[in-house]
Design a protein around this ligand. Structure first.
Ligand code: EPU
Length: 433
């Protein structure tokens, strides 16, 4: 297990590139199960969740060809995999796979649609909340699947799924993606109502359309799918990771630096940009695919407190809440941070307090009083985005911070320490004792 040793206090300056979006790449990998022809995916991020998903697909008999050259660091958009699910040798996804990555449930819809059966272990709760999959299950039942749960496994069976109208009680990103994939091969029309509007859902739909699926409305809350008999292979470039890009913007604000983030999609970050501006940052889009973030007065600040509430897209993403909270500790005044998506996503707060922040958590609200100087300390990461928040805090802190359990951050950020170091950060990775 690795840890980071972070020397804080340096304003970050320079240019950094965004990798492909983990949360778009995961459903696109799952979508390759829907066809017996090869699917080529480009701009994949080199992060652990992608490797875990490839392992899962291989365990189902899928062939994955890797062009090793294209995976060399530093990243290029050429990074690609050829995924060929010519034959699927088993429809069972065991606990070991689901335990390490909840997004494995994305396999449920494609497997039952393609093979008529799926046996996927039920995920347990995780650090940020209970995260049930009842909406995936109810949706598949609406499409005619017969579902039982035995020995902690969801077993879904259906000769051929048939279209239906699915209303999501609650907006769910992977739930929408799972059912969107299942509906592509169902007989007749499916309507997904109150669907997630995240850019990652739209990216998946774009891949599916290239594969021959008939989908309209992706990116809105009503998606219509006219099922087809079969899908074909396709080539697709994954969208940039808006959360990684947003994390770099936060790094500019918290260190009083000046960072240009390249290869990103500014219109996926509207709520984040607006909130950072409300907090006193200057953010411009020098080109259609880049953003520049700084504090006015050459880093003299100051940041201002601004309340923030997480919401489904196009609202402020829950995946940026922890990084925003780190920033809020350096803003003058009181910021109220409200988390509406997950019930337990403030695990970074006590660690930030250990570094000198003044944060009180009450249910789904955290009251952050700033500005409090941060000082380096030994801290522990609890989940992916909490880790990113703690790295932000370490960059702003006086002295040395040691962040344990950085395997969480490796799940979703590609070599974050190298990218930040290229901007002037001083982070070293070392094995934990
Ligand atoms: N929910 C249910 N029942 C369901 C599904 C979801 O009650 O069947 C609840 C969840 O417990 C949660 C809310 O609905 O309270 C929203 O959850 P959602 O299903 O949208 O989350 P997810 O699809 O499991 C994806 C991302 C998360 C991101 C959330 C919210 C992927 C692989 N994961 O998770 O990303 O936080 O959407 O935007 O796309 C991350 O990257 O760090 C991460 C956690």
């Amino acid at each position: 297990m690795d840890r980071f040793r972070i020397q804080g206090g340096t304003p970050l300056r320079g240019t950094v590139r965004t990798s492909g979006a983990k949360n778009a790449a995961l459903p696109c990998l799952a979508a390759s199960l829907l066809t017996d022809e090869p699917v080529i995916l480009r701009n994949l991020p080199s992060v652990r969740d992608i490797r875990t998903t490839c392992g899962l697909l291989k365990s189902l008999g899928v062939e994955i060809a890797e062009d090793e050259q294209s995976w060399a660091w530093p990243s290029t958009s050429a990074r690609q995999l050829k995924i060929h699910a010519a034959k699927i040798s088993t429809v069972e996804v065991p606990w070991e796979q689901v335990r390490t990555m909840r997004a494995s449930t994305l396999i449920l819809g494609p497997l039952v649609a393609r093979c008529g059966e799926a046996r996927v272990s039920l995920p347990g709760g995780c650090a940020i909340g209970a995260r049930p999959i009842d909406l995936h299950i109810k949706g598949l039942e609406k499409l005619g699947a017969e579902i039982t749960t035995e020995h902690g496994m969801v077993i879904a069976r259906s000769k051929r799924l048939r279209g239906g109208r699915i209303y999501f009680d609650r907006i769910t990103v992977t739930g929408t993606e799972d059912l969107l994939m299942a509906a592509t091969l169902a007989e007749g029309e499916t309507i997904l109502d109150n669907a997630a509007r995240e850019p990652e859902v739209e990216d998946l739909a774009n891949l599916l359309i290239k594969m021959g699926a008939k989908i309209t409305g992706a990116g809105t809350s009503t998606i219509r799918v006219e099922g087809v008999e079969r899908l074909r292979g396709a080539e697709h470039t994954i969208i940039p990771d808006r959360i990684e890009a947003g994390t770099f913007l936060a790094a500019a604000g918290i260190t009083g630096g000046d960072i240009t983030v390249e290869d990103c999609q500014p219109d996926h970050l509207t709520a984040v940009i607006e909130k950072f501006r409300a907090a006193g940052m200057t953010i411009t889009a020098p080109t259609a695919t880049s953003l520049r973030a700084s504090l006015p007065g050459f880093g003299a600040g100051p940041l201002r407190a601004a309340d923030m509430t997480t919401a489904e897209h196009p609202g402020f993403p829950t995946d940026m809440q922890a990084q925003y909270m780190a920033l809020a500790t350096q803003a003058e005044g009181i910021s109220v941070v409200t988390e509406n998506i997950f019930e337990n996503r403030f695990m970074h707060a006590p660690e930030l307090v250990r570094m000198g922040a003044d944060i009180r958590v009450d249910g789904n609200r955290a009251v952050v009083r700033g500005r409090t100087p941060l000082s380096g300390a030994g801290i522990t990461a609890s989940d992916l985005r909490a880790s990113a928040s703690l790295v932000m805090a370490g960059l702003a802190a006086q002295g040395e911070t040691i962040l344990e359990r950085v395997y969480h951050i490796d799940r979703g950020y590609e070599r974050i320490e190298e990218k930040l170091n290229s901007l002037g950060a001083r982070i070293t990775r070392e094995p934990s004792e």
